[in-house]
Design a protein around this ligand. Structure first.
Ligand SMILES: Cc1ncc(COP(=O)(O)O)c(C=O)c1O
Length: 363
């Protein structure tokens, strides 16, 4: 099976992890600090706070930015549930704004004065253009789980040029991996301190009279990344340019090879931007059949995502009379084709030839 995504692990990754395994420190320690510094240096953000997943980083971001009961947090209908659930974790209510058919990201023109808090998702790795928001909400969290390596005219995604906090995921199918893991970046000293405290039981460790003393000032969690995982992250991050360029090369090759197919190709990054290409999602006719046949033929396609408002848990989300027609239209034929740094041209040719055959069957 050629999967839709997978990690790229080499000997340097194995050596980096092994080195930590032989050291004194396995849990959150010097490697996590080094990984955080490396993410700051790559993105240009002032602070990076490592978490054990993007989901926990989103929770930390919502908590640190003061979201809670009575707040309504808007996100995209075309995303993974965590982008909406993070509002629920802090007692806030999630809400949706339809996507833009030109980007498949939240339609930023809908972000008006009524939108107080926003979790903006970089769907598939294409950064949402937060520089053109008609209104700057009180809280802007960028869910860049898909987009490490993507670039905007204002710099690398993660530099928080237009957000309070940006969140990355390091799940194996993402641009770099730590197995499970996440990171929140911010330029705000106070937000960074709050997220750091939140990820470790709400404990304030500022120096006191006696070395053993500490104060748990609020309810927190154990959302810590380990040094074993951070060692993998540091090693992976050293290859982010290579990974990102390869993903862009694969995407460009798909665009050539799929030209003329009866499908809709994904939105491209505008001039001056670089796509992260976590996903290469296309819109096909007869999706259920095409999906099943591709799987039968060994192509591990997936669908990203069943829209947020389709899920049982979303009963608390207000649906306008017109619904979310753009998200539903895009979702209707959506299928993610394989894309990852180690995908070979020969494997990609197999994907394309199989898709051509399967599309001929449904015509
Ligand atoms: C847009 C988005 N946000 C958040 C997450 C959660 O990431 P994690 O699995 O690291 O918790 C994902 C995971 O796929 C995602 O796609």
């Amino acid at each position: 099976m050629i999967p839709y995504g997978r990690q790229s692990i080499d000997d340097s990754d194995v050596e980096a992890v092994t080195r930590v395994l032989r050291s004194d420190w396995l849990t959150t320690g010097p490697a996590v600090e080094e990984f955080e510094r490396a993410v700051c240096s790559y993105t240009g953000a002032r602070h990076a706070v490592a978490f054990n997943s993007a989901t926990s980083a989103l929770h930390g971001a919502c908590h640190a930015t003061g979201l809670g009961t009575g707040d309504v947090v808007h996100t995209s209908p075309l995303t993974f549930m965590a982008s909406a659930n993070c509002a629920r974790y802090v007692g806030a209510r999630p809400a949706l704004l339809d996507i833009d058919e030109a980007t498949w990201n939240i339609d930023v023109t809908r972000v008006d004065a009524a939108v107080d808090a926003l979790v903006a998702v970089d769907y598939a790795g294409l950064p949402v253009d937060l520089s053109v928001l008609p209104h700057r909400p009180r809280v802007v969290i960028q869910d860049s789980s898909h987009a490490l390596g993507a670039l905007t005219p204002d710099g690398p995604v993660g530099n928080c040029a237009h957000s309070d906090v940006t969140v990355f995921s390091f799940h194996p199918v993402k641009p770099v991996t730590t197995a499970e893991g996440g990171m929140a970046t911010t330029n705000d000293d106070e937000l960074a301190a709050r997220m750091r405290r939140f990820r470790s039981h709400g404990i304030d460790r500022s120096p006191r009279a006696n070395a053993w003393e500490y104060d748990a000032v609020e309810v927190g969690y154990n959302y810590r990344l380990t040094d074993v995982q951070a060692a993998l992250g540091i090693s992976q991050l050293a290859r982010i340019e290579q990974f990102s360029l390869r993903r862009n090369e694969i995407a460009a090759r798909y665009r050539d090879l799929l030209a003329g197919f009866p499908i809709i190709l994904p939105p491209q990054a505008p001039t001056g931007w670089r796509h992260g290409y976590h996903l290469f999602a296309v819109r096909v006719p007869e999706r259920a059949t095409v999906f099943r046949r591709l799987r039968e033929e060994g192509i591990g396609v997936q669908v990203h995502y069943v829209p947020v408002h389709h899920h049982t848990v979303s009963a608390d989300i207000e649906i306008p009379p017109e619904g979310f027609p753009v998200a539903d239209r895009v979702y209707d034929g959506l299928i993610s084709l394989p894309i990852y740094a180690d995908l070979t041209d020969a494997e990609q040719d197999t994907v394309v030839a199989t898709l051509e055959r399967v599309l001929a069957e449904v015509r």
